[in-house]
Design a protein around this ligand. Structure first.
Ligand code: ATP
Ligand code: MG
Length: 378
């Protein structure tokens, strides 16, 4: 896995590169300017990280709604491992309560959570340096939601563009209260451990903004207990799925980390392209083709323009063969490690138990600070 030395220029997987899709589009409800500003800030953060990794604490996570996919890997997982290996303290949350935002019940929850644990271990999250935990096992974290809810207005919750997009894709007949309030819950997830850096995909930018607002308002109303965390975007802040929309666990368009090489080939074969035979890298005008080019480039640590030029007149068939080979080669060692860990599920479950014990200690301490700041009796 690649790590960048402090002076090296970012490669496609190691940090933001320009022109890989600009935001507001069929796949993203965010204004292009919001994404562009976050990309610029992420480039600065990369420099700050290289100079002083000890200043940062990373907190991020993935809903247990299905297996992790390439969008996760290149959007956030790869960055988590890179930051861990830079010496940054990393917290990884499986937000089991947030799995309920867009569904009434979560099918096979325990099995899905075990799958996430396997993926984390397989990609290189090291439980001796990083903490993996889940919502429902850390009561004090969840309690932060109550004072935090008092710091935001209903109007603010209603105009979150990611929430609106998720409502549009939800299969539920009625929108639950959790759908509108989970971004505040996410503020609790990040702030309980005073996380100040959050490696995420671009869909999370509005939530990060809300977390910053909550931290700031808590400081203004009570005491400055919390930092204002920042998003760290990767070179692929919005990887598209096989249908041309955001690759997503819940939308049936994902290539999962745990898929077999044959399944991967079949899924890529069915991926959306366009009618132009000459392959180019032009995310603005050719999002589906450019996404496949980017995927090959990310897997091979190469420049997407160079990959596109090499395929040239080979058309969609050669593009898909190239992507399939690149993805399967990149994921082969991860898939092998995943299978290895799956032989000892007792160990895998113990990783979560130990992570939860540590998260509970930290959450209790933070909740005590909050109680003190609010002047409540105990
Ligand atoms: P769901 O459809 O159930 O919401 P998801 O695929 O959107 O699943 P999440 O658990 O919501 O996955 O997201 C976990 C993390 O992965 C977040 O930081 C999110 O921004 C990032 N992420 C998810 N999908 C992508 C993607 N297609 N491209 C880049 N980052 C992504
Ligand atoms: Mg999601």
């Amino acid at each position: 896995m690649t790590t960048i030395p402090p002076t090296a220029a970012p490669t496609p997987t190691d940090g933001p590169v320009p022109a890989t899709g600009s935001g507001a589009s069929a796949a993203s409800p965010l204004p292009a300017s919001t994404v562009a500003a976050a990309r610029r800030r992420s480039a600065e953060l990369e420099r700050e990280l290289a100079a002083d990794p000890g200043r940062f604490r990373v907190m991020t996570g993935d809903r247990p709604t299905g297996p992790l996919h390439l969008g996760h890997y290149f959007g956030t997982l790869h960055n988590r491992v890179r930051l861990q290996d830079l010496g940054v303290e990393v917290f990884v949350l499986i937000p089991d309560y947030q799995a309920l935002t867009d569904r009434d019940v979560v099918d096979r929850l325990a099995e899905t959570m075990e799958g996430l644990l396997l993926d984390y271990l397989a990609i290189g999250i090291d439980p001796s340096r990083s903490t993996i935990f889940n919502h429902s096992a850390v009561p004090a974290l969840n309690q932060l939601l109550l004072p935090f809810l008092s710091l935001v207005s209903v109007a603010e919750l209603g105009r979150n563009p990611t929430v609106k997009d998720e409502i549009a894709h939800s299969r539920q007949a009625a929108v639950s209260g959790l759908m509108y309030t989970y971004p505040v819950h996410q503020a609790a997830d990040i702030l309980f451990c005073k996380g100040n850096l959050v490696p995420v995909g671009q869909d999370q930018l509005p939530h990060l903004e809300l977390t910053r607002t909550v931290a700031r308002r808590f400081g203004e109303r009570y005491a400055p207990v919390f930092p204002q965390p920042e998003a760290l975007l990767s070179a692929a802040p919005l990887l598209l799925g096989t249908d041309g929309g955001k690759m997503s666990k819940s939308r049936g368009n994902a290539i999962t980390l745990g898929a077999t090489a044959d399944e991967t080939a079949r899924l890529i074969k069915g991926a959306k392209t366009d009618a132009d035979r000459t392959i180019s890298y032009d995310p603005e005008n050719r999002p589906a083709v450019s996404n496949l080019v980017l995927l090959a480039a990310l897997c091979q640590d190469r420049d997407p323009y160079e990959v596109a030029e090499e395929i040239g007149d080979g058309g969609a068939a050669l593009l898909k063969r190239t992507v399939t080979e690149a993805v399967n080669t990149r994921l082969a060692p991860i898939r092998a490690r995943r299978a290895e860990y799956a032989r000892d599920m007792g160990y895998v479950r113990s990783v979560l138990r130990e992570g939860n014990a540590r998260a509970n200690e930290i959450a209790e301490r933070t909740l005590d600070e909050v109680r003190k700041a609010m002047g409540t009796l105990r």
